[in-house]
Design a protein around this ligand. Structure first.
Ligand SMILES: Cc1cc2nc3c(=O)[nH]c(=O)nc-3n(C[C@H](O)[C@H](O)[C@H](O)COP(=O)(O)OP(=O)(O)OC[C@H]3O[C@@H](n4cnc5c(N)ncnc54)[C@H](O)[C@@H]3O)c2cc1C
Length: 410
């Protein structure tokens, strides 16, 4: 069969890899680069002011060791090496208060006395967190449906931390986390304890896309401008901006969900309902070499996931310290970090790269018909893949690709 895959992010590229030997695949990507939110500097992102010996991820970066089975299955099949991280985290409030995660206490406290003091300070946070976990584990899937996270997270410190984790995981503005769907967030938070282990990819995340490309026999159109996609009785017509009509047997939408109706020229009422509430979420992340803002808190170590309240107390942002994650020698190279929404703290002169990302804006209304999208995959010769059809992270993107490749292999 001739299959068109629209979108070359994790879901699109994995679908292409899985169907490559069985079908004639053509990938359409609107960006000049492949990978979607995978942005590995000195790999798919070039022309960066970064030593050519280094690779740094300015997008997708970490993967849960124990809860990403399909992702790890894919990495094994592609022979991609993973690096086991000792990810820790710290929460910094504008008034100078700071709280370490369990792993932070283990790795960054000097001596038993400091550890005991830190645990004592964290006890009230821990109490709220344990109560939250109890409620989260008790909640049945049907109770989570149509519920926003504001039902589960209040204004306590543990809740700020968990909201920050969601902001980090889904690249959503902190203020929007209140309306984040519990159906996606609670399963993630259940298995994201303070001790959860996260892996990174040796050589940067784009390494696995390179491995896919080595084996891929199909066509890839980058920088494409699709005007419209229509379905016929027997297949699919893709009309390009130059009015060329390209014919396929099936189409896989591996784009973010708010793009689907923009592309479909003949969306039926069901499709309009399933995709109508999705909106776009545009964000910017930066790679920088400024660690001076840690001094304000009297801290001389940096974690892989530190969260900061802004001085105006209204917003939060994160800083992911990269040298430890990538084994970069800090005596030889600067201290590199990936930051989001830390404009107030990071010195603009120390920013070496900026990346813009597009992600789905998760809301209770948007994911209401997610199960229906999955259940109707194949209708009208049309399939959908993407992280948003799972837990919103890489495992979701890869699992959705596995699911539709099984359907298309039949
Ligand atoms: C800054 C950032 C950090 C992240 N970090 C992590 C992390 O550490 N771990 C993790 O598990 N997840 C992380 N994520 C979530 C990440 O988005 C998912 O893990 C996953 O990469 C999403 O893959 P996808 O294929 O579903 O979507 P995308 O990566 O968004 O891919 C969709 C593709 O479709 C293309 N497209 C859109 N419209 C069109 C069109 N009209 N025509 C052709 N192509 C089109 C886009 O250009 C894009 O390439 C992060 C996200 C961001 C933004």
């Amino acid at each position: 069969m001739k299959i068109a895959i629209i979108g070359a992010g994790a879901a699109g590229m994995t679908t292409a890899y899985l169907l490559n030997k069985k079908h004639e695949i053509t990938i359409f990507e609107k960006q000049p680069i492949l990978g979607g939110n995978i942005r590995t500097l000195n790999k798919n992102v070039t022309g960066v002011n970064l030593d050519s010996n280094l690779v740094l991820d300015n997008g997708v970066i970490e993967f849960q060791q124990d809860h990403f089975p399909n992702f790890h299955k894919l990495m094994n099949a592609l022979n991609v090496k993973m690096v086991q991280g000792k990810t820790s985290s710290e929460l910094f409030f504008a008034d100078g208060r700071c709280y370490k995660s369990g792993a932070g206490i283990i790795h960054h406290c000097k001596g038993m006395k400091e550890r005991v003091m830190e645990i004592w300070k964290t006890l009230p946070v821990l109490r709220g967190y344990l109560l939250f976990l109890l409620a989260a584990f008790k909640a049945k899937p049907e109770q989570l449906r149509n519920q926003p996270m504001s039902v589960y997270l209040n204004g306590e410190i543990y809740a700020v931390w968990l909201k920050m984790l969601l902001m980090y995981a889904y690249s959503m503005p902190y203020q929007k986390i209140a309306d984040f769907p519990a159906e996606i967030a609670i399963p993630l938070l259940r298995h994201s304890s303070m001790f959860t282990k996260w892996d990174s990819v040796q050589g940067g995340v784009y390494t696995y896309i390179e491995k896919i490309l080595e084996q891929f026999d199909g066509k890839i159109h980058r920088d494409t401008n699709i005007q419209m996609i229509r379905r016929t009785e027997t297949g699919v017509v893709i009309t390009m901006a130059n009015s060329d009509n390209l014919l396929f047997d099936k189409v896989v939408f591996a784009v973010t969900p708010e793009q689907v109706l923009k592309l479909l020229g003949d969306a039926n009422d069901d499709e309009k309902r399933r995709f109508g509430a999705w909106q776009e979420n545009q964000i910017e992340t930066v790679i920088h070499t400024d660690i001076s803002f840690y001094k304000h808190f009297g801290v001389s170590y940096y974690s892989e996931f530190d969260v900061f309240q802004t001085d105006t107390h209204e917003h939060y942002g994160y800083n992911a310290y990269l040298n430890r994650l990538y084994g970069i020698d800090s005596n030889k190279y600067p201290h590199y970090s990936l930051a989001y929404n830390l404009n107030q703290r990071v010195n603009p002169d120390k920013i070496i790269h900026r990346q813009h990302h597009n992600t789905p804006l998760y809301s209770v209304a948007a994911i209401r018909y997610r199960d229906e999208v999955i259940a109707t995959n194949g209708e009208n010769n049309t399939y959908h893949a993407g992280a948003y059809l799972g837990e919103g992270l890489h495992e979701g993107a890869i699992s959705s690709a596995f699911a539709i490749s099984e359907l298309l292999a039949k």
